[in-house]
Write a protein that binds this ligand. Structure first.
Ligand SMILES: [Zn+2]
Length: 457
């Protein structure tokens, strides 16, 4: 019964500045009203009991890499990747322009990705366009099709996805500024980072933890600094993706104070793991920018708490186990891993429980800020009347151990950094526009339920 109203009762509902014990009325996929805790309900309403649960807006994952469409669908496709997302409390996936083929760098490839995802995704999705030298003339058209922004790599990416060198970066920024678009950057100095890795490979260095020295903190710092200057001079809005270094956080905090329109993303793995994990998990935990020191990891939490960090992205981008070992040289293996089903739980366990992060700040980091940055607010990112009823229930004290073999993701690797991690707190239920798509460990949503969410739509 699609149109039946639903009422969520007895939960602790997270709003921007407070947690309230109220009831949420859902009608036609939207939050219809906020009701008193004990408000009477009508006989034909479906009553959903959230006793003992934290009720939050679904996560908007700002950073995701489905390899679909294209030849790399064996790594992750829209169906499996979105099921994995739903099980982890993500209700909107923001998908990066690569490594799908074609990469999302012009209107046709944007339409193709939209169609592919519409047919398969269990959760809603929004799309990043690509910022590569040849995509600049098409940026406005992609913007008009609702893409949320443009992702460029200041470091080397893949052969098919050229990095954005400084001249083109300035050009792309000017173009984005002309329509108030958003430029998202992977910020590492290309040549210094690349030559560092080659050097360690040539030395046959056997200490994987030194990946942090091969692409040292200052290569990231240099790129952040440069992008801030360029943003200031071109007047564009930028997002620094997956920021890993405290020195960079200081720069960003200062830039925000000075009025530069910069948003800051980091990923839960940079808040949890340090470079030593690479000795244990080898290339299965390899990602860029690299894991840093334990001291840096702990200090990053200060920037989570003080508001410097705006959004949390998973950077979900799985490879098969075979692919992760195919070069027989750690320094040359692929970077990235799957994790979208564990990022929310990881933030609860490591943030809320271990470091006193508030539920309201967590909701801001995982949902509201992303919606605002990407032009999806107020439809997404909050639980006020009129918003889409994208809701998750969290059992705040459930203890569990992450096991990749039980993931809904396609590769189900048991070698990733989160494997075997003991967590406290877990997403138990996920609702997409009022539909119960995940509950009791089971996937309830169907392929094709997810809709394309146009930015500024
Ligand atoms: Zn990424």
């Amino acid at each position: 019964m699609e149109n039946r109203k639903k009422v969520i009762r007895n939960g602790k509902v997270v709003f921007p500045d407070q947690i309230l014990e109220i009831s949420l009325l859902i009608a036609d996929g939207k939050i219809a009203a906020i009701l008193e805790k004990d408000a009477a309900w009508e006989r034909d309403w479906e009553v959903i009991d959230a006793s003992g649960k934290i009720v939050m807006p679904g996560m908007i994952d700002t950073h995701n890499h489905m390899s679909d469409p294209g030849p790399f669908r064996f790594r992750e496709d829209w169906y499996h990747g979105s099921c994995s997302a739903a099980s982890g409390g993500i209700t909107t996936i923001c998908d990066m322009p690569l490594p799908s083929e074609p990469a999302t760098v012009n209107p046709d490839s944007l339409r193709l990705k939209k169609q592919t995802a519409e047919a398969q995704s269990v959760v809603d999705f929004a799309l990043w366009g690509g910022l590569i030298p040849s995509s600049i003339p098409d940026m406005k058209k992609m913007h008009d099709l609702g893409c949320i922004g443009f992702k460029g790599f200041m470091c080397f990416a893949t052969e098919d996805y050229p990095r954005i060198s400084d001249g083109y970066l300035a050009d792309g920024m000017r173009e984005a500024a002309s329509f108030q678009g958003l430029i998202a950057l992977h910020a590492e100095n290309a040549e210094a980072a690349d030559l560092g890795c080659r050097h360690y490979s040539k030395m046959h260095c056997e200490d994987e933890a030194r990946f942090d020295d091969a692409r040292p903190w200052w290569t990231e710092y240099d790129a952040i600094q440069r992008s801030l200057l360029f943003a200031k001079m071109t007047g564009t809005r930028i997002e620094i993706c997956h920021t890993t270094i405290c020195q960079g956080m200081e720069l960003l905090k200062d830039a925000k104070k000075k009025g530069i329109s910069v948003y800051v993303e980091t990923c839960p793995h940079y808040l949890i793991f340090d470079h030593d994990i690479l000795r244990d998990k080898k290339s299965f935990a390899k990602c860029t920018p690299p894991f840093r020191s334990r001291d840096n990891v702990e200090k990053l939490w200060d920037y989570i708490k003080d508001g410097t960090v705006d959004v949390i992205g998973s950077d979900h981008g799985p490879f098969t186990d075979e692919e992760k070992l195919q070069q027989h040289d750690f320094w040359k293996e692929y970077c990235g891993f799957g994790c979208n089903d564990v990022v929310m739980a990881a933030m609860i366990s490591e943030g809320v429980h271990k470091r006193g992060l508030s539920w309201t700040r967590l909701a801001e980091l995982t949902s509201a800020n992303a919606a605002k940055m990407l032009g999806l607010f107020p439809r997404k990112g909050n639980l006020m009347p009129g918003a889409d009823a994208d809701i998750i229930f969290i059992d705040p004290d459930m203890r569990w151990t992450y096991d990749g073999s039980k993931s809904f993701s396609k590769t189900k690797s048991v070698n990733g950094p989160y494997q075997g991690m003991e967590l406290r707190g877990r997403v138990t239920d996920t609702f997409l526009r009022g539909e119960h798509i995940y509950g009791n460990g089971e996937l309830l949503g169907k392929a094709g339920l997810g809709k394309y969410i146009k930015a500024r739509g």
